[in-house]
Design a protein around this ligand. Structure first.
Ligand code: HEM
Length: 329
C-alpha cells in the first residue's frame, strides 16, 4: 500500500488541525496519508470535487445530504462506506436511513473514478472527500483530510440504532455515544451544528401541538413560540411525511455559525440542539461560537478530521469496491 508523507505546504487549517491530532496515533490512522492517491490516481480528489461542485450547483440540498451521509457512515461500523451497501438487512434497511441522501453523487464520482483509475479509490474516501468539499462549497471551512480508507464488507441493520443519535437523547446519552467514537464534548457541540440541510417534520413535531382551537401548545418550552408557530404551520398533523424544514431558518444554504445564534434565540430545530444551550456543560461553547465564526471554523476542521477517521479499515479489513453499492465478493 502506497503512502506519501505530509505535504510541507499544508493549508492553514491543516496546520491548526495537525497540532491537535496525529495520524500516527493509532495503527489504522497511520495507514492514512494526505494525498494518498498522488501516484495511483493523481486527479482523484479533483474528480470527486468536480462531481460535488456540479451536483451542488444544480441542487442546493446536496451539501447537507453529503455531510449527514458521512456522519451516519462513520458512526456505524466506522468510515468504511458500509452505509452505501444495498440489500436485505443492510444499514440502509433501517428506517433511520430512509431520510439519508447524496447516494447518487457518490455513485457519479465513483463512476468517473472507475473510468480513469479502476479499482483504486475507495468509496469510503469518496464519501469523506465529497462531504468535505460539500461543506466548502456551502461556504464552510477549507479542510484537508487524509485518504487511504478501505471499504468495509459488513453492513448490518442491527448496527444502526445502537450507533445513531436520536433527537430525544439527553446530553449524557449523546456524550456517551460520541465518546465511544473517540469524540469529546467539544466535538459534540461543534459537529452538531445543523447549519445546512433540512429535516422532516417527524424529527421535531413532538415539541409542540395544536389545541382544539388550532392554537399552539408548546410541549418543549425551551422552543421559541414564534418559531414553533411557523413550524406548526409548515407541519400540520395532516401533513404527509415528505415535508421538510430548513435546519437553519436564517441562512439555510450557508455553512456558517448562524446555528449557534439560532440556539441562543431558542430556535434550535431539534430537542437535541436546544439541549446544548440549556446545559451548563455546553452553554459557554454555544455562546463562543455564536460570536466567533473564525473560531467555529477552525474548531470544526479539527472535529471533522476526527469524524472522518473513526474506525477506519486497513489492509484486509477492507477492500476497494468496484461498485459502492455492493461488496466485490
Ligand atoms: C448530535 C446528535 C444529532 C442528532 C440527534 C441529529 C439528528 C438529525 C435529524 C433528526 C436530522 C433530520 C433528518 C430528516 O428528517 O431528514 C438531521 C439532519 C442533519 N444532520 Fe444531524 N444529528 C446529529 C448530529 C449530526 C452530526 C454530528 C452531523 C454531521 C457532522 C449532522 C449533520 C446533519 C445534516 C447535514 C443534516 C441535514 C441532512 C439533509 O439535509 O438531508 N448531524 N440530523
Amino acid at each position: 500500500m502506497e503512502k506519501k508523507p505530509l505535504s510541507p505546504t499544508l493549508h492553514f487549517y491543516n496546520f491548526l488541525i495537525l497540532g491537535f491530532f496525529s495520524l500516527a496515533a493509532s495503527p489504522s490512522l497511520a495507514n492514512l496519508s494526505f494525498n494518498f492517491y498522488a501516484a495511483s490516481c493523481p486527479n482523484a480528489e479533483s474528480m470527486v470535487r468536480n462531481t460535488v461542485r456540479a451536483a451542488s450547483s444544480t441542487d442546493p440540498s446536496v451539501p447537507g445530504k453529503l455531510l449527514r451521509l458521512l456522519f451516519h457512515d462513520c458512526f456505524v461500523e466506522g468510515c468504511d462506506a458500509s452505509v452505501l451497501l444495498e440489500g436485505n438487512g443492510t444499514e440502509r434497511s433501517d428506517p433511520a436511513s430512509t431520510s439519508l441522501g447524496g447516494f447518487s453523487v457518490i455513485t457519479s464520482a465513483k463512476r468517473v473514478l472507475e473510468i480513469f483509475c479502476p479499482g483504486t479509490v475507495s468509496c469510503a474516501d469518496i464519501i469523506a472527500l465529497a462531504s468535505r468539499d460539500a461543506v466548502e462549497f456551502a461556504g464552510g471551512p477549507v479542510v484537508q483530510i487524509p485518504t487511504g480508507r478501505r471499504d468495509g464488507m459488513v453492513s448490518a441493520v442491527s448496527n444502526v440504532r445502537p450507533n445513531i443519535v436520536d433527537t430525544s437523547f439527553t446530553l449524557d446519552e449523546m456524550i456517551k455515544l460520541f465518546s465511544s467514537k473517540g469524540l469529546s464534548l467539544n466535538d459534540l457541540v461543534i459537529l452538531s451544528a445543523h447549519t445546512i440541510g433540512s429535516a422532516h417534520c417527524s424529527a421535531f413535531s413532538d415539541r409542540f401541538k395544536a389545541d382544539s382551537k388550532g392554537q399552539l401548545t408548546l410541549i418543549d418550552t425551551s422552543l421559541d413560540s414564534t418559531y414553533a408557530k411557523q413550524l406548526m404551520k409548515r407541519c400540520p398533523v395532516s401533513a404527509n411525511g415528505s415535508i421538510t424544514v430548513n435546519n437553519d431558518p436564517v441562512t439555510s444554504e450557508v455553512f456558517d455559525n448562524q446555528y449557534f445564534r439560532n440556539l441562543l434565540a431558542h430556535k434550535g430545530l431539534f430537542q437535541s440542539d436546544s439541549v446544548l444551550l440549556n446545559d451548563n456543560r455546553t452553554k459557554e461553547q454555544v455562546q463562543d461560537f455564536a460570536t466567533d465564526q473564525v473560531k467555529f471554523f477552525s474548531s470544526w476542521g479539527q472535529s471533522f478530521l476526527k469524524l472522518t477517521t473513526i474506525g477506519v479499515k486497513v489492509d484486509d479489513e477492507g477492500e476497494i469496491r468496484q461498485s459502492c453499492s455492493f461488496t466485490n465478493g
